[in-house]
Design a protein around this ligand. Sequence first.
Ligand code: ATP
Length: 484
Amino acid sequence: NENKFQEIISHAKEYGFVFPSSEIYDGLSAVYDYGPYGSELKKNIRDYWWKSMTQLNENIVGIDAAIFMHPTTWKASGHVDNFSDPMIDNRDSNKRYRVDHLIEGLADKLEDEGKNQEAEALISEMDRLLAAEDYAGLKELIATNNIVCSISGTGNWTDIRQFNLMFSTQLGSVAEDADTIYLRPETAQGIFVNFLNVQKTSRMRIPFGIAQTGKAFRNEIVARQFIFRMREFEQMEMQFFVRPGTEGEWYRYWKEARLQWHLSLGISADKYRYHDHVKLAHYAKEACDIEFEFPIGFKEVEGIHSRSDFDLTQHQLFSKKKMQYFDNDVDPATGKPYGNYIPYVVETSIGLDRMFLLILSESYEVETLTKDDGSTDNRVVMHIPAKIAPVKLAVLPLVKKDGLPEIARELMNDCKPHFRCFYEEKDAIGKRYRRQDAIGTPFCVTIDHQTKEDQTVTVRHRDSMLQERISLKDVKEMVLKNLL
Ligand code: ATP
């Protein structure tokens, strides 16, 4: 399905969804810009997430923390010491690989050759060696398997070494004794350090959540696959603070609730699966990914992690500020209030760009249509859910005269304050419909001569291509009804 993936990438560029960053200078590896329809779609996905978290949950509030944080934040969180991936270079091909990606690639090759058992054995051996941090063993594993199904050059590999994924820069004038600070590799820490500020000012009582969307930066070693893995990307994270001992039930709650959020966009359930982590970070109690079947296979789109009190405890230790919450609910076991404790955290973390790619992958279709004379024609259509579509309504006067543009303009002015509309009077109507299909506009309305007589218009539906006649004054309501 690599072909479909390439088609989506071309389509995204051609129709102003995603451009390579600084393209006139040949682009920047794993960095992308969102165009007019892309930025609209991205914003709509972000808003849909934000609303589902903050507006629909009375016990979740939002924040917008800075990208730069005090450098000690990243010592406390463990990122300075542990946020790294093992990598290896091949001296012949001069290519650098993340060890786990390289071995997964070798396993894919074995699978392509029908050697499924060997592929499985390779992955489980990799998991074992990674857990044991046995780099010599991993290098050996790569060298032997690369002889069987070569990915890169010969067996001339460097040793494996750790590569920290954080970008660093200098605060203040470099000439002075400047401090090294980092671009945040995740938004979560901005939530943890603000935990008490938010809890107190919003008068939140446990269980409650803090949500945030924003840029994160990771110097990914192998950053291919379009916007799936970027060096600058956006996250949508929510940290849910709970009483110790209740984290298991909340973990299960959010695991289910997050999948339901995806399904609420009308995406079919069989494109999703959970991947429960067997190998856990030392502080994690439970963790899983929600995976989606992209054209490049099932891949993680979101993670749900039960993180215990690890982050707050670390920040208490490093900042020497109490990170405790006073719980005056009565513990039935003792008959006394639960009292002071550091809350446990269940986190949901989704990549906005990855969700965007999910929507593109799920929406993009090349349909073959049979015309009346029996000949066939292709239609490129983006079945983007109406709620998040970049443009909701196209207003199209059939001809540029006879007062039709005036009626169309009036409809535009009536609808524009409520949702994104698009006006066009150029070209044959069929061509105009196709252009809207290509950017995923769910409704087109055509104003024709009959409109002048009976105040009705033709509504053309994107997915079914069915046309119906409705009253001009009902257009706005019809669209609004579909955006809820
Ligand atoms: P991966 O294993 O793919 O590197 P991860 O497990 O490190 O991802 P998390 O740290 O759990 O990812 O981040 C949460 C979410 O952020 C991921 O599910 C993904 O949607 C998104 N994300 C992480 N890294 C990137 C990236 N480099 N580009 C785009 N999105 C990303």
